[in-house]
Design a binder for this molecule. Structure first.
Ligand code: DHB
Ligand code: FE
Length: 266
């Protein structure tokens, strides 16, 4: 027996697809081009490249789903840190690092080292949360995440940390830079067909988990970055724009970001 929710979602999708074909008087050739794009996306994808997700993101689907989900969450918990899309470059399989570790393993000459730190707190009580995990990842200054780039060390610019008894986390990384999403596949083709650029504003990805709290998947964006107003995958939210400020007396970094994360109780 069909799952009623699955049936509801699929029936509506089919209805809208049919309406769309009628509305634009879709031709057989145009339809085949679309089918070819979907096949091309499958052929390009493997565990390092998720072209299907990239295509959906360029179409704004993942951001819209996040917006719908986040609106529901916002009703439940007033001031929790906002969510943002996961994107295609997350990896599961890496160990927890000690507080203060540097995740930049082969820092390029043009990178700006930064000290990242803050507290994970309960959004309701403002109590610090011990034992929260923070998983972070960002691309290098050449625009590639570590798994896309044979010249970066395994797990470069990727790390998992746990908060201490004061709810604090800390690590060294590099200041993120804007970069184009992969442009040589169907997602890039879609952008070209729409006269759109492939750039994303400088961002760092985060997943924060604590027992008893709603998990947060999000991204933070550098306030000085271009493309905050026209992110190619529509992920920017005002509350996620952050300010890197000077750091004095540190050997590794001359800039820092203090960023607290607010968790909504379940
Ligand atoms: C997408 C998201 C990212 O964070 C990124 O770096 C590249 C692409 C995306 O949503 O497709
Ligand atoms: Fe990203």
């Amino acid at each position: 027996k069909a799952n009623p929710r699955v049936k509801e979602v699929l029936s509506s999708l089919i209805r809208h697809l049919h309406d769309w074909a009628r509305e634009v008087d879709l031709t057989a050739d145009e339809w085949m081009e679309g089918v070819n794009m979907i096949n091309w996306s499958g052929q390009m994808s493997d565990e390092k490249r998720n072209e299907g997700q990239l295509m959906c993101d360029v179409l704004g689907i993942e951001s819209l789903v996040d917006e719908i989900t986040y609106k529901k969450a916002a009703e439940a918990a007033d001031v929790a840190t906002a969510s943002a899309i996961l994107g295609p470059f997350f990896r599961h399989d890496h160990p927890t690092l000690p507080k203060g570790a540097n995740i930049s393993h082969d820092t390029p000459a043009d990178a700006e080292p930064v000290y990242m730190h803050g507290k994970v707190m309960c959004a309701k009580t403002k109590k610090p949360l011990k034992g929260a995990t923070i998983d972070v990842w960002e691309c290098s200054t050449n625009g590639y995440y570590e798994q896309q780039d044979p010249n970066q060390k395994d797990l470069n610019l990727r790390g998992k940390f746990e908060t201490d008894e004061n709810g604090e986390y800390a690590y060294y990384a590099i200041r993120p830079t804007p970069y184009p999403i992969p442009y040589d596949g169907p997602a890039g083709k879609l952008l070209q067909l729409l006269d759109r650029h492939p750039y994303r504003p400088a961002h760092i990805h985060l997943i924060v988990l604590v027992e008893g709290y709603k998990p947060i998947t999000t991204q933070i964006f550098d306030k000085d970055s271009p493309y905050l107003d026209d992110d190619s995958v529509f992920a920017v939210k005002d509350s996620l724009v952050v300010d890197f400020v000077p750091l004095e007396g540190d050997k590794t970094a001359k800039k820092q970001l203090k960023y607290d994360i607010m968790m909504a109780p379940l």
